[in-house]
Design a protein around this ligand. Structure first.
Ligand code: ARG
Length: 570
């Protein structure tokens, strides 16, 4: 049960009975929520409507509520302070044991498309892709946990002029008898070599340009070469997803090129809407008053360029149209960097005007900031190149291996390696997710791999501490009831009950850091509980063990929703 919902519901019911139907009761966690305090608002608004004294109305509301669950007190001009009874908390905890969803109420499913990761296939994934990939994957995991009907959309870039150089270079290499599969092992090098030739070798540049034309014209040999490159590149990104425990698969890719046939149709459809599509210096554009550039000049959304080519805008409109007409999405979330804010605003505005996005659909951009080095500069290699994501992941694992070996030298190599994987990758993901997504953040190995503070290793370690209690207890089964007496266990118990609320607030604005903070606080409460309340040596070890078990389950599930795994010992 989501306690906040339950309280909201009780108060709204009472308020509507007393004051009419349009006055919701709004309950929130009070400042000292860990002690079972909530506060109800809404009485004042209702009293105003009824022209009655708010404190008197509050008194009436209170008299209708069930005193077995909580005590209430009127505060200030008409707030109601709520204090949950310990027996109620214990009772709810006991129900959690049977509940796969740990108290979360499943939703009536709606169809939600989450557009995330979406690398450009001409190159290898770099560290910048960490954000969209990790944030998007956490969002889909959480939505699916609630029972939503989620469609992962990996809108990879696989089309455009950049592929001219790549194809020309592939052609040149195979004519020189080089093995393409060897050359394509390092896409980054390959792309660099091809673009360098494009800049320095005029003959090559001409061939590259002719390849673009041939590719767009559907030349079979060209398409075959292109497909070979794309397959290789997808293979590279899938390797990163697998290593990083990202739930994207090949089937989730719907690349830009998948919309090629729709692009002329879009232009046609837009031109049929009066005064929407206009010619501007040979390009077909849509102008809206709300989009102005520097000097207040109107800013066009370019749908078709003067040379006949279709820009990013056109593909994104086609994708919006597809998501509406074919996928029938209720909601589409775009986990895309903040620098594309204007682009997506234009996509949404044109999409709405064209009927590709309907009034009852929500299309929402979830922007994020940049990853910086500790000196505040952009995260690049020393020579200014992008840092490959796979290199970052490998380094994380290597560093975690050193850490784990230090912490627990008696483990076998295999165990150390397994733990290093989980801790290293967890640290990188958690560092990403525990920050407010809209701001830039500093990528710092030492902080993210620390066993202290709001980090993955800290949470993963808290989990192993609980598991070690169970190893020592060596129980066959655990049956009985939770009883709460000590303050530290009441606080921990209530925190466990607030897992559904944590999920709900995480989805308010799709901020994974809300879930991170919850798990961090939960671990802190557990540590206090463990210091103050003996478990195996207590009078009622069963109750305490049950609390430990629930804590482990919530921690593991919470981390899992963030895409982070746990180990039994470290
Ligand atoms: N491939 C794009 C890029 O690398 C990101 C695509 C995001 N999704 C979208 N529907 N525009 O910038």
């Amino acid at each position: 049960m989501n306690i906040k919902h339950f309280l909201d519901h009780s108060f709204t019911e009472s308020l509507t009975d007393l004051a009419g139907s349009d006055t919701p009761g709004i309950v929130k966690q009070a400042q000292r929520a860990e002690f079972g305090h909530y506060q109800a608002n809404g009485v004042m608004a209702a009293a105003k409507k009824l022209k009655t004294n708010p404190r008197e109305l509050a008194q009436q509301v209170i008299s209708t509520l069930n005193p077995e669950i909580f005590t209430t007190k009127i505060a200030g001009p008409g707030f109601i302070n709520i204090h949950l009874h310990t027996s109620f908390i214990a009772g709810e905890l006991n129900k959690l044991h049977e509940d796969q969803l740990l108290g979360v109420d499943p939703v009536e499913p709606t169809k939600i498309v989450v557009d995330y990761s979406a690398p450009n296939l001409a190159k290898e994934m770099h560290v910048g892709h960490l954000r969209s990939t990790a944030i998007g994957d956490a969002i889909v995991r959480i939505l699916e946990f609630l029972g939503q009907d989620v469609i992962r959309a990996n809108h990879v870039g696989d089309w455009g002029a950049q592929f001219g150089s790549i194809l020309a270079y592939m052609d040149r290499l195979s004519q020189a008898g080089e093995s393409l599969s060897t050359e394509l092992k390092d896409l980054e090098k390959f792309y660099k070599a091809a673009s360098a030739l494009f800049k320095t070798d005029d003959e090559f540049a001409d061939i590259a340009r002719s390849y673009v034309v041939r590719l767009q014209g559907g030349d079979p040999k060209c398409l075959e070469l292109w497909q070979q490159f794309i397959d290789e590149s997808i293979h590279h990104s899938q390797e990163v997803y697998n290593k990083f425990d990202i739930t994207l698969t090949r089937g989730d890719i719907r690349a830009e090129s998948a919309y090629n046939d729709d692009l002329p149709v879009i232009v046609q459809e837009l031109s049929e809407i009066q005064e929407l599509l206009v010619e501007n210096e040979g390009a077909k554009c849509v102008f809206f008053d709300e989009f102005k550039g520097k000097d207040d000049k109107p800013l066009p959304a370019i749908i078709q360029k003067s040379d006949g080519g279709y820009p990013y805008m056109a593909t994104d409109l086609a994708a919006a149209r597809y998501r509406t007409r074919v996928l029938n999405a209720d909601k589409v979330l775009y986990v895309v960097g903040g620098e594309q804010l204007l682009h997506l605003r234009q996509v949404f505005a044109v999409g709405r005007a064209a009927g590709y996005i309907r009034d009852n659909q929500e299309f929402k951009h979830l922007p994020f900031g940049m990853i910086l080095k500790s000196d505040g500069s952009r995260f690049k290699t020393r020579d200014g190149a992008e840092v490959k994501l796979i290199d970052v992941l490998n380094e994380a694992i290597d560093r975690a291996f050193v850490l784990v070996s230090d912490k627990n030298p008696s483990l076998s190599e295999v165990e150390k390696q397994e733990i290093a994987n989980v801790v290293g990758l967890g640290a990188v993901k958690y560092a990403e997710l525990s920050k407010n997504r809209t701001t830039d953040y500093i990528f710092d190995w030492d902080t993210m791999l620390s066993f202290e503070g709001n980090t993955a290793p800290y949470l993963q370690y808290a989990y192993t501490r609980i598991r070690s209690i169970f190893r020592r207890a060596s129980l066959d089964s655990l049956e009985g009831k939770i009883e709460l007496a000590e303050e530290a266990e009441i606080r921990l118990g209530l925190k466990l009950l607030q897992f559904p609320e944590a999920i709900e607030s995480t989805l308010d604005d799709y901020q994974a850091n809300v879930m991170c903070n919850y798990l961090y606080e939960l671990s802190g409460f557990f540590n206090t509980f463990y210091e103050q309340c003996p478990v195996l040596n207590s009078e009622n070890p069963t109750s305490r063990l049950l609390i430990c078990e629930l804590t482990a389950r919530v921690l593991k599930q919470g981390l899992n929703l963030l895409g982070i795994t746990t180990v039994e010992q470290m």
